[in-house]
Design a binder for this molecule. Structure first.
Ligand SMILES: C[S@@+](CC[C@H](N)C(=O)[O-])C[C@H]1O[C@@H](n2cnc3c(N)ncnc32)[C@H](O)[C@@H]1O
Length: 282
């Protein structure tokens, strides 16, 4: 049974529910009337969850408590099957805001990979937008399609996943230029020329690259094309905190590196980018 994902209200049949036990272990079930979930601590009848509010606690037949919530999008992204490495929530959050993904935007992404970024983009463009996702590998596209459809309960009408190399895409293929382009691939510099052709003047180009050589190559490529603003590069570091009385301190572990982000805007045709002014050294 495929989950249909409402975002709020009491649990209904078809919802994907995350059960958390006292040891903070997670178990995911899809609610089916009459079914039971078997744990090492007894059974949980789905009918006890259907109709209950989110955040409810159910007891298994052996008396263990399980907390019930629907998956948030981040839970889905971190637990779904993957063909390719996913963009983590800390970086997709940056892409949505710094890349100015707005409701109604026409967005192009490549590659679709496992579909993690596609989900975030689809939510941000709303019902009026359009997301075209190119993926060169059939097996990866299958992961992306399955993961996105699993999350939304069906393929969103705003999504157009395509098997193919982004380098071959034309404005005609896309039905017109796009407002935003987001690349997450090994060699994004190979897709700069096509991005230049597909992006509307003023449009935002973003890419996500894991290593310093990739970062240098894509920055140089953007500058050479002479049709983008001076690109900006940055990374985001998120450090969780433990907040417990006198033991309050940063957590020992953090995800110190995922990737760098690069952003530039498409200039109008025929315009030469102003040279960045640097202060003279004394
Ligand atoms: C790291 S994955 C993308 C992950 C995705 N952003 C996510 O969050 O799930 C990179 C993908 O880019 C695809 N790719 C590489 N070059 C491509 C190209 N020129 N056109 C389309 N897809 C490409 C690869 O096959 C791979 O699946």
């Amino acid at each position: 049974m495929r989950a249909r994902m409402p975002y709020s209200g009491p649990f209904q049949a078809g919802d994907r529910v995350q059960l958390t036990d006292a040891k903070r272990r997670h178990f995911t079930i899809i609610l089916e009337p009459g079914s039971s979930y078997h744990t090492h601590r007894g059974q949980i009848p789905h009918d006890e969850i259907i109709g209950a509010d989110e955040g409810t606690v159910v007891q298994s037949t052996m008396g263990s408590d399980f907390l019930c919530f629907r998956h948030l999008m981040v839970d889905h992204v971190l637990s779904m099957p993957r063909g390719a490495a996913v963009i983590y929530p800390k970086d997709s959050a940056q892409i949505l805001v710094e890349g100015d993904i707005f409701p109604g935007a026409r967005v192009l992404e490549a590659g679709a990979g496992s579909g993690a970024l596609s989900m975030a983009l689809l939510r941000a463009i709303g019902h009026e937008g359009k997301l075209i996702s190119y993926e060169i590998r059939e097996d990866h596209l299958e992961f992306a399609v399955n993961n996105v459809e699993e999350y939304f309960g069906q393929r969103p009408a705003t999504w157009d996943p395509r098997l193919g190399d982004l380098k071959d895409a034309t404005v005609e293929d896309l039905g017109g230029p796009v407002d935003r382009i987001v690349l997450d691939m090994l060699e994004p510099w190979e897709c700069l020329e096509v991005s230049k052709n597909l992006l509307i003047p003023g449009g935002v180009f973003m890419t996500y690259v894991a290593t310093v050589p990739q970062l240098m190559k894509v920055m140089e490529g953007l500058r050479e094309l002479q049709c983008f603003t001076e690109p900006r590069a940055w990374e985001s570091l998120i450090r969780d905190w433990k907040v417990e009385g006198l033991a309050t301190r940063p957590e020992h572990r953090m995800n110190a590196h995922t990737a760098f982000l690069v952003m530039a805007r498409r200039l109008a045709d025929g315009v030469t980018p102003p040279r960045p002014q640097r202060r003279a050294r004394r």
